[in-house]
Design a protein around this ligand. Structure first.
Ligand code: NAP
Length: 353
């Protein structure tokens, strides 16, 4: 772009007047012709870490896929608690500071362009993806995804619902299926059943044939029942440890003292998986249970399994709020309350009719 501006036709003739060899002038003029303006896109960009006000809606360079990458035209981007944590400077103290950065790890959209080594996806495919936390880029009109982070979008849900799925549902899957290895007939207690992770966890556990107990506040008791829980507990009126015992698995998806109060409700040989703070290993050992923390990660195979369950109508994403991309700051203020019902999704583009 800079070269293009400098080597205008006037400049070329000026070079000729300076009697530069014709070949050199030709090369410079050629460079100018071969450098079209780089495409841009609208995105929410973080230049400085801080509160929601640092999220700026502006023009940003449109990314170009490398040979093993896919460029996705984003239709919707899911909002997760980690988006706000990165915005506040999660990577600021490390070598991973890549500002200006675009947060957003959940996208649904349409393949715009594929790198030379991409074989299974083509332009026009409807997809959804869980973008690596190290790259993100979801709050934008275009984002780069790798094949091992993405899958074809479930056919029976729209882009907004699909944008709500990847990170939260993958986390629930990796906690309950990959880590706890839940089985038919087991009893699972899910703390935070009405949130992003919890609402998927309940449905995944039910689909596996487990008996599910879940906690939420009074306002979300109806949602727990709608999701199919066998026992809904209102944590504002009832201490779960007074009404629950001998569960096989606990999934802890909330912060506070819930983790510490959970060890005693698990039967010997059972497991607690916590996605907020690591379990106390000494306590687990003393009680004869296992404790595991979890850092979720993108996995295309998990997305494919989720697509099957969604298409079989065993899982339905709960989207409580859809906001335009320009309202990303408002969406993050909401997610930071830690009381979001289901998921919030940013709508980036209108679905073609
Ligand atoms: N380790 C990982 O890889 C990983 C991955 C994803 C998420 N996380 C973390 O896991 C947590 C949950 O994530 P998320 O996406 O599900 O968050 P979220 O959608 O913001 O969860 C909000 C839900 O939590 C419920 N809640 C709040 N306090 C509660 C309590 N004391 N008992 C029961 N429910 C309570 C709220 O219900 P009420 O409004 O009814 O209170 C609300 O529906 C976050 O801290 C997130 O950072 C970790």
């Amino acid at each position: 772009m800079r070269i293009a501006r400098r080597v205008s036709p006037i400049t070329v003739s000026a070079l000729r007047r300076l009697l530069l060899p014709t070949a050199v002038v030709g090369i410079l003029a050629g460079i100018s012709a071969a450098q079209p303006a780089k495409p841009t896109m609208k995105a929410i960009v973080v230049h400085e870490y801080g509160g929601p006000e640092v999220l700026k809606y502006e023009n940003a360079p449109r990314p170009e896929p490398k040979e093993d990458q896919v460029l996705v035209r984003v239709m919707a981007a899911g909002v997760n608690p980690v988006d706000a944590i990165v915005r506040q400077g999660m990577f600021g103290q490390r070598d991973l500071d890549k500002r200006p950065l675009i947060v957003g790890y959940d996208i649904s959209g349409v393949v715009e362009k594929t790198g030379a080594k991409i074989e299974k996806l083509k332009r026009g495919d409807a997809v959804y993806a869980y973008l690596s936390i190290l790259h993100g880029g979801g709050y934008a009109e275009f984002a780069i995804a790798k094949p091992d982070e993405m899958s074809l979008k479930p056919r029976n849900i729209n882009f907004e619902e699909a944008g709500a799925v990847p990170l939260a549902a993958t986390t629930a899957w990796q906690a309950l299926i990959d880590t706890a290895k839940i089985d038919k007939g087991q009893t699972v207690l899910i703390h935070g059943g009405s949130g992003g992770v919890g609402s998927f966890a309940i449905q995944i556990a039910k689909a596996r044939g487990a008996r599910v107990i879940a906690t939420a506040s009074t306002a979300n008791q109806d949602l727990l029942k709608q999701l199919g829980v066998d026992q809904a507990i209102d944590y504002t009126t009832t201490k779960f440890e007074d009404v629950v015992k001998d569960v096989d698995v606990v999934l802890n998806a909330v912060r506070g003292d819930t983790l510490a109060r959970s060890y005693g409700v698990i039967k010997k040989g059972g497991i607690i998986v916590s996605i907020t703070e690591p379990p106390d290993q000494a306590m687990c050992e003393k009680l004869g249970i296992r404790g595991s923390d979890l850092t979720a990660h993108p996995d295309a195979n998990v997305l494919q399994e989720l697509s099957k369950l969604i298409e079989a109508k065993k899982i339905k994403p709960i989207v409580s709020q859809v906001m335009p991309l320009t309202e990303a700051a408002k969406a993050q203020e909401q997610i930071e309350t830690r009381h979001t019902r289901g998921k919030i999704v940013l709508k980036v583009a209108d679905e073609a009719k």
